[in-house]
Each structure stands twice: as structure tokens, then as C-alpha cells.
Design a protein around this ligand. Structure first.
Ligand SMILES: C[S@@+](CC[C@H](N)C(=O)[O-])C[C@H]1O[C@@H](n2cnc3c(N)ncnc32)[C@H](O)[C@@H]1O
Length: 331
């Protein structure tokens, strides 16, 4: 689920070569990096002197990496501390946008930052805010009712023990504030300290992170905004790390690249035109050597599409994932 961890604890942008080979035919313009992180993608694109980068990240802590690129590339690099759902707020005068890139999830710097509390290895107050958030995981674990907690763990984490974990949380919080280490303990206790391939807490932590950062609505709005921003011929490319993200990204590209003609009696002028051309129907995965160097990259999938139509009606896209958005709005 993480794009930038490797065994030597070094920054390691996932699927970088694959991404560059997809976008490089369009070089000579501006690319928007919606998830700057430590700037691995941005820097590689800026190495070509014809390119500019507009970068976004919701996390202010990336500023040390942005200032490095600012110094080195000056006017060719511009950073906004915004969420990608706010893409429509950036100024694009005089920019010819060629590609918009998303590398979802969190970076190695974020997970090792104990204040952010993204990892179950951290101790202390629950947090999980990546930046520009309305609430933290502490507020959820302290206040959300049992049924809703169970629903969040089930739907966003696919957690088999969601109900039992939610019940134990509600019991425990009567006596004390639940910290990160307490939550890990609760989950271990419910799962009877099972030793499995993935850590007992992985699924619940993923669910909480999705909820706190509203990752579903971020992704849906980010993708729609990127379509509205990019001219036809431009590329939208997305690297996702878990199945919910990939379902959304897959639907966005696949559904809107097919001829959506429900009735053969519809006059040709009324058939909605395709919004994307897909070069690869299947996602691109990291190769074995990348997975060997950086094991967490094994869950990465890269999908992309070329915009072929000026306008697209995304109401079916929003409708399809309405249930997930409703759960994201539970409090
Ligand atoms: C996997 S890292 C990106 C790594 C980057 N490609 C690199 O090469 O260094 C994901 C980054 O996206 C940011 N992010 C996640 N969701 C975001 C959102 N909705 N809007 C803006 N930034 C977001 C995170 O704060 C994190 O820094």
C-alpha cells in the first residue's frame, strides 16, 4: 500500500520507468503531479528541460522536498499545498497541460513520522491525518457508534472481525482514551493473537486512514477534476495500491472508454461519445526486480487513459460509488 518504502528505508517511487515511458511521448509542456510526496516523479519529469511541473500535496511536511526542486528548477516548478479534489483551484494561465499523475496512498516519510500515527508500530495518540483534514482517527475511535465503526472496518478494510473489534473499542473507551498501542492490543485480543501473513491491525488501520482522509471522495473528485482540466490528447495516469482504489480507477477509465450505447434505436447523434482512449486495457504491474528491491510495490497498479472528448457526464461514476461516499460521511 505504500509507494515509497524499500528495505533500505530509502525513497523509492513505484513504477517510475513505466510511468515515464507512457508520458514521455507528450514531453514539451506542463505535467501536474497530484501527489508530490518526496518528488520522485516530479524530479524525473523536470530532468527534461522542455517540461514544467505543477505539484500538489495535502501534506505541508513535503515542503523541504519542494524547496529543493524550487531552487533547482525555478520557474519550471510550482507547488500548491492542496488536496487533489481542489485541483480546480490552481492557476493554469499559459500552461499547456499534457498529463496529470496520481500516485495514491502515503509516503515512507509519512509512515515513519510518529505524530501522524499512520503505522500500527507507532505509539501515542491516534491521528492518521495526512493534511487538510476535518477530524482525526482519535475522534472516530472515541465517538463513533458501534455499528458505524463496524461498517467502516468491514467496507474500507474488509475486516472479518469488524463487529467484535467495534464492540471491544466501545467497551474499552468507557474507561480510557484509546491510543494507537491500545487499538493494536484490542485487535490482537479479538483475533486471539493470530500469526498471519499480514499484521492483525493492517485492515482496521487502512479503514481508518481511508475515513480520516476521505480517500474515496478525494479520488472520485480528483479524477473528475483532472478530466475537466486537461485538454483532449492529454494523459491521466493513476497508481493505486488497494482494491477499493483500483475499482474506482478501473471504472473511471473502462466505463468511459466504452461506447455507452444502451439502445440500438438511439439516433447516432445522441450516443454519448467515448471520453478516453485506452492503450492498455489491463493495469501495468511492477516487474519482479522492482518488487524484489521494494516489496510493498507488489500491490501497485498503474492505469491510464488519453482524453478523447471535451465533455463527459460523470453522474454514473458518482452513482456507482455512492455507498462508499455515504460511509465516508458517517460520523
Ligand atoms: C505515495 S506518495 C507519492 C510519492 C511520489 N510519487 C514520489 O515519487 O515521491 C503519496 C503522496 O500523496 C499525498 N496525498 C495523498 N492523498 C492526497 C490528496 N487527496 N491530495 C493531495 N495529496 C495527497 C500524500 O500526502 C503523499 O505525500
Amino acid at each position: 500500500m505504500n509507494a515509497t518504502i524499500n528495505l533500505e528505508n530509502k525513497h523509492f517511487p513505484v513504477l517510475l520507468n513505466e510511468l515515464i515511458s507512457i508520458i514521455s511521448p507528450l514531453y514539451g509542456g506542463t505535467f501536474i503531479d497530484c501527489t508530490f510526496g518526496q518528488g520522485g516523479y516530479s524530479e524525473k519529469i523536470l530532468e527534461n528541460k522542455q517540461n514544467n511541473i505543477i505539484a500538489l500535496d495535502r501534506d505541508k511536511d513535503v515542503l523541504s522536498s519542494t524547496s529543493k526542486l524550487q531552487k533547482k528548477y525555478d520557474k519550471r516548478f510550482k507547488f500548491y499545498n492542496l488536496k487533489f479534489s481542489q485541483l480546480d483551484q490552481i492557476k493554469l494561465k499559459n500552461h499547456k497541460i499534457k498529463g496529470i499523475i496520481f500516485d495514491l496512498g502515503y509516503s515512507f516519510d509519512q509512515i515513519k513520522n510518529s505524530h501522524k500515527g499512520l503505522s500500527f508500530s507507532n505509539k501515542g495518540k491516534l491521528n492518521m491525518r495526512m493534511g487538510i483534514n476535518d477530524f482525526s482517527a482519535n475522534e472516530i475511535i472515541s465517538n463513533m457508534d458501534e455499528n458505524n465503526l463496524a461498517k467502516v472496518f468491514k467496507v474500507f478494510g474488509d475486516e472479518k472481525y469488524s463487529k467484535k473489534i467495534a464492540k471491544k473499542i466501545v467497551e474499552t473507551r468507557k474507561d480510557k482514551t484509546i491510543k494507537t498501542e491500545d487499538l493494536v492490543q484490542i485487535i490482537d485480543h479479538v483475533k486471539k493473537y493470530q500469526k498471519t501473513k499480514i499484521h492483525n491491525s493492517t485492515k482496521v488501520f487502512q479503514a481508518l486512514r481511508i475515513l480520516v482522509n476521505k480517500e474515496i471522495s478525494e479520488l472520485i473528485n480528483g479524477l473528475i477534476n483532472s478530466f475537466n482540466l486537461i485538454p483532449t490528447g492529454g494523459i491521466i495516469a493513476v497508481v493505486s495500491f488497494h482494491s477499493i482504489e483500483d475499482r474506482i480507477v478501473k471504472f473511471f477509465f473502462k466505463h468511459y472508454s466504452e461506447q455507452r450505447n444502451s439502445s440500438r434505436y438511439l439516433p447516432e447523434t445522441e450516443i454519448p461519445e467515448k471520453c478516453f482512449k485506452l492503450i492498455n486495457k489491463k493495469p501495468i504491474f511492477p516487474g519482479l526486480s522492482e518488487i524484489k528491491k521494494n516489496p510493498p510495490s507488489r500491490s501497485a497498479k498503474l492505469r491510464y487513459g488519453i482524453k478523447t472528448n471535451d465533455k463527459c457526464d460523470f453522474s454514473e461514476f458518482r452513482e456507482k460509488f455512492k455507498n462508499l461516499i455515504n460511509i465516508e460521511n458517517l460520523r
